[in-house]
Structure formats: structure tokens, C-alpha cells
Design a protein around this ligand. Structure first.
Ligand code: NAD
Length: 282
């Protein structure tokens, strides 16, 4: 792929991280959001993240300035028209994503690849909503993008080999390690991770151990950097619940039923770190 410039839709947590990874790798970025405040916040968080890298001597100050200079922001979709690839990373909502993809593809030459960072929506289904299903693919980054090296590349049923290769090349250029997976609910990593978290809630609800001991057990016994319950608080209990509900509906298999304790905590508004209380208090 001629990595002239990459368009990124959304300026939230993920889009900002993806924009930073591109800019640090020498790729020019157009970051688009409908909300100017989100763009301002996104740029601020990128600058702060780059400052931390400079402080740790992982990036020279000149490289930081050069990276920032590669990021252009806009609230006008038209600004994406010269992108060589567009990565959609806006709010997780099917109807919204279809609307965005259709708006964006109408502006782009036919050969431009469209990727989405969705964590739960079918790549095959989204691809079918576009006029370029073979040039559509999932590019699932992990949070925080600048620190996490994995990118799950999800091939929809229609994705061409050429599209797959181009996106794999981009992931490598960003210094990431791509794995290729077929389209299915949760793809691979979250399909294994979130039911594991859900099981930790069952163990807690059954009173088998305290939250602290469950987390300690999984950290020391499985070499996990953070226990599943503390991780749930970081991800957001509402997000974990929504993901389990997607698996339950999509697979129709009761093994994905959300733990009642998880539902109860979400109902109480205890969503984790973002509300100051989840399994733990912050
Ligand atoms: P976020 O809420 O932080 O940011 C979403 C941004 O999209 C907001 O700034 C919002 O203004 C913008 N937006 C909404 N409608 C838009 C439109 N029509 N055009 C342009 N921008 C629009 O969300 P996030 O956590 O960064 O998640 C973004 C995507 O990444 C979702 O699909 C999510 O499933 C996926 N994802 C998230 C994570 C995570 O840990 N947060 C991890 C992997 C993938």
C-alpha cells in the first residue's frame, strides 16, 4: 500500500491511539470526528502520550514534534477523500457504522481499502453494506494502542487476499504483530477473554474466594499481569455484559450466559473505574 495518508474516523480512545501509532511510524493521518471537542481531547491525549515516551527516552523530542505535525484533524468528511486507506473507529453502533462507511466510501477512489476497528460487529455483515466488500476488513487494535502490540486482522467472507496483505503490511509498519482470524462473534481474543472474566464473576458470586484472592490466583497461577475482576473494572462492567449478551444471542449457546452478579452490578451503575466503583472501589 502506498501509505500516503490514512484517514481515521472517530477521535476517541482508540482512534487517537491508532493516529498516534501511524504518526510515529511516519504516516500522515487525517483524524475525523463529528465532535470538535473530541478532536481537541484526542490531540491532547496524543501529545500527552508522546510526552511520556519522550520522558522515558523512548522517543526524541524532534520525533514527537514530527509525529504531531503528521496529524491533521477535521469535522468534514470531505477531508478523507485523499486517504490511501480509511480506518473506522467511531462509536460501537451498527447503524452508525453503516452510515459512516457509506458516507466515506462515496468520497474515496474504488481501490481504497476500508477497515473497521469494531470489537463486536460482524465484518462480513458490514462489508455487505458497502460497495467494496472485497476491499473491506477488520483491523482490531487493543487498548492502549501505543502500548499493545497485537492487531487482530479479521477477514470477512468477502475480503480479498490483496486487502488482507495490504492491511497486514500496515500493521507491521506500525510495529504491531498481526494475527489473522476469520469473522465470528468476538473474533479470537475477546471470545476467550470475556467468558473468562464472566466465569470469575460466577466464582465470586458463589463465594468461593474474595475478589482479591481470585485476582491474585489468576495473576500468580496463570501469569496474567492483572486479575480478571480488576480487568473487568478497567474495561467497564457494562461493556463486559454487552459482549456476553452478543455471544449469547449470536451463538445461541447457554455457556455464554452473563453472570447475574455482573448484571446486578451494572444495574446498580457500578461500571468499574469509570464510575469510581465496580468490583473494587477507586
Ligand atoms: P470512544 O467513545 O472513545 O470514541 C468514539 C468516537 O466516535 C467519539 O469521539 C465520537 O464523537 C465519534 N463519533 C461518533 N459518531 C461519529 C460519526 N458519525 N463520525 C465520526 N465520528 C463519530 O470509543 P472507543 O472506545 O475509541 O471505540 C471506538 C471503536 O473501537 C468501537 O468500535 C469499539 O468497539 C472499538 N474498540 C474499542 C476498544 C476499547 O478498549 N475502547 C478496543 C478495541 C476496539
Amino acid at each position: 500500500m502506498a501509505t500516503g495518508s490514512v484517514g481515521i474516523v472517530g477521535a476517541g480512545t482508540m482512534s487517537s491511539g491508532i493516529a498516534q501509532a501511524c504518526a510515529v511510524s511516519g504516516i500522515t493521518v487525517t483524524l475525523l470526528d463529528v465532535n470538535q471537542e473530541a478532536l481537541d481531547r484526542g490531540l491532547k491525549s496524543i501529545a500527552a502520550s508522546l510526552d511520556r515516551l519522550v520522558a522515558k527516552a523512548k522517543l526524541a523530542d524532534g520525533e514527537k514534534q514530527a509525529a504531531l505535525a503528521r496529524i491533521e484533524t477535521s469535522t468534514a468528511y470531505q477531508s478523507l477523500s485523499s486517504s490511501r486507506m480509511v480506518i473506522e473507529a467511531a462509536t460501537e453502533n451498527y447503524d452508525l457504522k453503516v452510515k459512516i462507511l457509506r458516507t466515506v466510501e462515496a468520497l474515496l477512489p474504488p481501490d481504497v481499502i476500508l477497515a473497521t476497528n469494531t470489537s463486536s460487529i460482524s465484518i462480513t455483515k458490514l462489508a455487505a453494506m458497502t460497495q467494496r466488500a472485497d476491499r473491506f476488513i477488520g483491523m482490531h487494535f487493543f487498548n492502549p494502542v501505543p502500548l499493545m502490540s497485537l492487531v487482530e486482522i479479521i477477514r470477512g467472507l468477502q475480503t480479498s487476499d490483496k486487502t488482507h496483505e495490504a492491511v497486514k503490511d500496515l500493521a507491521l509498519r506500525l510495529g504491531k504483530t498481526p494475527i489473522t482470524v476469520k469473522n465470528a462473534p468476538g473474533f479470537v481474543v475477546n471470545r476467550i477473554l470475556v467468558p473468562m472474566i464472566n466465569e470469575a464473576f460466577f466464582v465470586l458470586a458463589e463465594g468461593l474466594a474474595t475478589a482479591k484472592d481470585i485476582d491474585e490466583g489468576m495473576k500468580l497461577g496463570c501469569n496474567q499481569p492483572i486479575g480478571p475482576l480488576a480487568l473487568a473494572d478497567m474495561i467497564g462492567l457494562d461493556v463486559c455484559l454487552a459482549v456476553m449478551e452478543v455471544y449469547l444471542n449470536e451463538f445461541g449457546d447457554s455457556k455464554y450466559r452473563p453472570c447475574p452478579l455482573l448484571k446486578e452490578l451494572v444495574a446498580a451503575g457500578r461500571l468499574g473505574r469509570k464510575t469510581g466503583q465496580g468490583v473494587y472501589s477507586y
